[in-house]
Design a protein around this ligand. Structure first.
Ligand SMILES: Nc1nc2c(ncn2[C@@H]2O[C@H](COP(=O)(O)OP(=O)(O)O)[C@@H](O)[C@H]2O)c(=O)[nH]1
Ligand SMILES: [Mg+2]
Length: 378
């Protein structure tokens, strides 16, 4: 039995549907919604959505930096072919949040040839130039000077003790510490932004961070800082101290030792900048001081006998050889690399239209070193 109420609803539905169908036949609604137009597209043998939206519908997004100035910079990604899906996630966000406007070139590096599939998928994400570089063998693989028996025993021991990445990543850490900036594809650049697979960029970046680096004479930029695992660097600080004693003139007078050490350099507090995000000046790493420093560390063998990471090595290098004012915290770049994130607070959050929850922010968590960075300037 149909209740009066149901009857009214049914009649109304019929009337509305009729009105809708009739409106389609009215040519005045514009070509795209007219039945005759849809029909002609169907008769062409394909559904309408397969006809591309005409060019004139697109609003161009060619807004560049206010003055049109650009830095001499590139976005650099070290990646395996198997990292492709994670790379695409990171790169799409880079483009959407920032690089669509600024069009900085990308440089991809790998110790193996990138596959055509890898190259095609990343190239189609951007209008900027994309280059793919093969890492020279001698920049990547374990040098002959390393005693493999000793190195493999160290790896096995770390695996046994559940040290994170205890058995892997030696070549990658050594390459990032001392070789990425020597790749011929980077020769022509002064600044770089390091990006890893599977990261998140939470906010619109409407200014050019490379120009900030250049104009303000910064050499190293970070978003997250934290403590290193002691088990990966048992003898690193001893090597650093030896280097400083042997080369006192190379250390910057206005250095950031206070970020690294709470006792004037005697011991390392394990603070470092998280190097999966870096915006830096390649000349810092190309400098005589850093090159000598890396060579000194490399000769110790700690990249293989322990698991020295590029994060503490870069951080110590930047802190010793730059002025502390040249190390920049990019507060307005909302960023996540599992499992930590920097979410801009307050005005920076709204200005960047950030989508991270401001309550989830690593800045002053107990495991963060940002307070030590702040303190250097207080
Ligand atoms: N070409 C190449 N890239 C690597 C290799 N191992 C790691 N990477 C890259 O090095 C970076 C760090 O590796 P990832 O797996 O993100 O390490 P995690 O962030 O410490 O967990 C990423 O950009 C990886 O794509 C490798 O064996 N070959
Ligand atoms: Mg990573």
């Amino acid at each position: 039995m149909m209740t009066p109420m149901r009857y009214v609803v049914l009649v109304l539905a019929i009337v509305i549907s009729l009105h809708y169908i009739l409106s389609f036949t009215h040519e005045g609604y514009g070509q795209v919604t007219s039945i005759s137009n849809l029909k002609s597209q169907w008769s062409a043998g394909r559904p309408p959505y397969k006809t591309p939206v005409p060019d004139e519908y697109y609003v161009s997004d060619n807004v560049t930096a206010p003055s049109g100035r650009k830095a001499n910079a590139a976005i650099v990604m070290l990646a395996r072919n198997s990292d492709l899906n994670g790379i695409v996630i990171s790169m799409k966000q880079m483009e959407d949040r920032f690089n669509k406007k600024f069009r900085y070139p990308y440089v991809f590096l790998n110790e193996e040839d990138f596959t055509d599939n890898f190259k095609n998928r990343v190239t189609e994400l951007t209008d900027a130039q994309v280059e793919f570089g093969l890492i020279p063998r001698e920049h990547w693989y374990q040098p002959d000077s390393i005693d493999e028996a000793k190195a493999s025993a160290a790896r096995a021991n770390m695996v046994k003790n559940n040290v994170i990445y205890g058995g892997m990543y030696r070549n990658m850490c050594r390459f990032n510490s001392g070789f990425f900036y020597r790749h011929p594809l980077l020769d022509k650049y002064r600044y770089y932004w390091r990006v890893e697979p599977d990261v998140k960029f939470f906010c619109d970046l409407d200014y050019d961070p490379f120009l900030i680096m250049q104009d303000q004479n910064k050499v190293y930029g970070f978003t997250v800082s934290l403590y290193e695992y002691e088990a990966t660097i048992p003898t690193l600080w001893q090597a650093v101290k030896e280097f400083i004693t042997a080369n006192p003139d190379l250390v910057s007078p206005d250095n950031a030792m206070a970020f690294l050490s709470d006792d004037g350099g005697e011991s390392y507090n394990r603070c470092h900048f998280w190097s999966n995000f870096e915006i830096g000046d390649l000349n810092l790493w190309r400098s005589e001081s850093y090159m000598k420093f890396f060579e000194y560390l490399d000769n110790k063998g700690g990249f293989y006998y322990e698991r020295w990471g590029d994060a503490p090595v870069h951080s110590i290098g930047a802190a010793l050889f730059a002025k502390k004012e040249q190390i920049h915290f990019f507060n307005d770049i909302g960023y996540r690399h599992e499992p930590f994130q920097h979410c801009p607070q307050g005005e920076a959050h709204s200005k960047g239209k950030c989508w991270c929850d401001p309550a989830q922010n690593f800045d002053y968590e107990w495991y963060s070193c940002l307070a030590r960075y702040d303190k250097m300037f207080s």
